[in-house]
Design a protein around this ligand. Structure first.
Ligand SMILES: [Zn+2]
Length: 390
């Protein structure tokens, strides 16, 4: 309580009322045009006009001049539209300590030296330990420890992919024991290393077919989340590709179990907004870098695009536009992980696993969906509950 004011009263006094043009942009979820920020007084959240969350009532909207004004009044950053990523430039944290810390960790990992702890790093960089964690979270979305474990997992994965045997790869990447690696692998890699190497032996994968414009999508999931989406013209051919990718898994078509996810894929492909897609769990084996790229793609608002270069800078690897392109091309969950929203700096379309015509179709469908008010499908199946946690 600040001076006896309740939070909603304090927020109701922040900034100024919304004008007609702004209100129009907010209610139409318009992402183009002059950007601005507003606080939703009922939820205490700072949003941008394109926010996919439910539109607030007009009397609950207060326009603020910047993120700081909203945060100072006690509002929080919206996790859906992330105004801090779009408008945080002025108040963005310096990424220098993060870059230095990463260089230090990478060198230690590569040389097999003892890896500095968060406390060691903070001491070397002369920032408080807690601040270092904050800076990491703000620029990479993870703590230094989580980054390190993802990086180790990435090294492990590339050694396994090179054909090294599991125990030697574990030893080389500094895992103390195989149980530590498997534990990390569950969090960082999706499927455990041995399973991946073995063609997903022992995994049980369900799949279904979803209609999309001029074709079909095969949607496949383990009990932990989506593991593959394939776009094409022939369901049989896509099923054969799935078997080739996971030769030792138990595959079963199950239209009922995956009906909710299938409807999301179908809707997205015709340009219908399905915000639930952003929270669908995925279960794929990937390097930490690719995972970051995919997460960044999932944050590109429906109907918008970003360049490879912009994504590279969002994931903290400016200059790695080419690697971002590769990560896009190898995205195993197209449509749900919207790699089609990543285009050349000049707007040109590049590599899409199922062809540029499909990429163009998805972009056009979204553009039409946005122009048509970005209709959201009313049905909201209990898609998340069908995946058992862990
Ligand atoms: Zn928002």
């Amino acid at each position: 309580m600040l001076g006896g004011m309740s939070e909603s009263k304090r927020l109701a006094a922040v900034g100024r009322t919304v004008n007609d043009a702004e209100w129009e942009a907010i209610s139409a979820r318009r992402t183009k045009g002059r950007p601005f920020l507003f606080v939703v007084t009922s939820t205490g959240i700072v949003c941008t006009p394109g926010c996919p969350a439910r539109s607030p009532g007009r009397d609950r909207v207060r326009i603020v001049s910047g993120l700081d004004e909203g945060l100072a009044a006690g509002a929080r950053v919206c996790l859906r539209c992330r105004p801090d990523r779009l408008f945080g430039a002025a108040s963005a944290p310096s990424s220098a300590p993060v870059q230095t810390a990463i260089a230090r960790l990478t060198a230690a990992l590569a040389s097999g030296d003892e890896v500095p702890t968060e406390r060691d790093l903070a001491g070397e960089l002369q920032v408080p330990e807690r601040r270092l964690r904050e800076l990491f979270r703000e620029s990479l979305g993870v703590t230094p420890r989580a980054w390190l474990s993802a990086r180790r997992a990435e090294m492990l994965r590339s050694r396994l992919a090179d054909g090294q045997d599991v125990s030697a790869a574990l030893y080389d990447t500094g895992y103390g024991s195989s149980s530590a690696a498997y534990e990390a692998a569950n969090g960082e890699l999706g499927m455990a290393p041995g399973r991946y190497r073995g063609g997903a032996v022992g995994e049980s994968i369900h799949w279904t077919i979803a209609p999309i414009p001029e074709g079909v999508a095969l949607v496949a999931a383990t009990e932990r989340g989506l593991c593959s989406i394939r776009l094409g013209h022939d369901a049989e051919a896509l099923a054969a590709e799935l078997r080739a990718e996971f030769p030792l898994a138990t595959l079963a078509r199950d239209d009922d179990a995956l009906a909710g996810v299938a409807s999301i894929v179908s809707d997205l492909a015709v340009g219908r907004r399905r915000p639930e897609a952003d929270s669908l769990p995925i279960d794929v084996y990937a390097t930490a870098f690719r995972r970051r790229v995919w997460e960044a793609m999932r944050r590109i608002p429906f109907g918008e695009t970003r360049s490879y270069r912009e994504i590279a800078s969002v994931v903290g690897a400016p200059g790695a536009a080419r690697a971002v392109g590769t990560a896009c091309a190898q995205n195993p969950i197209p449509v749900v992980v919207p790699c089609h929203r990543v285009v050349g700096s000049d707007g040109s379309l590049h590599g899409y696993a199922s062809g540029l015509a499909r990429k163009r179709q998805l972009l056009d469908a979204e553009a039409e969906g946005v122009a048509g008010g970005g209709a959201t499908s009313a049905a909201r199946p209990a898609i998340l509950s069908q995946f058992t946690p862990d």
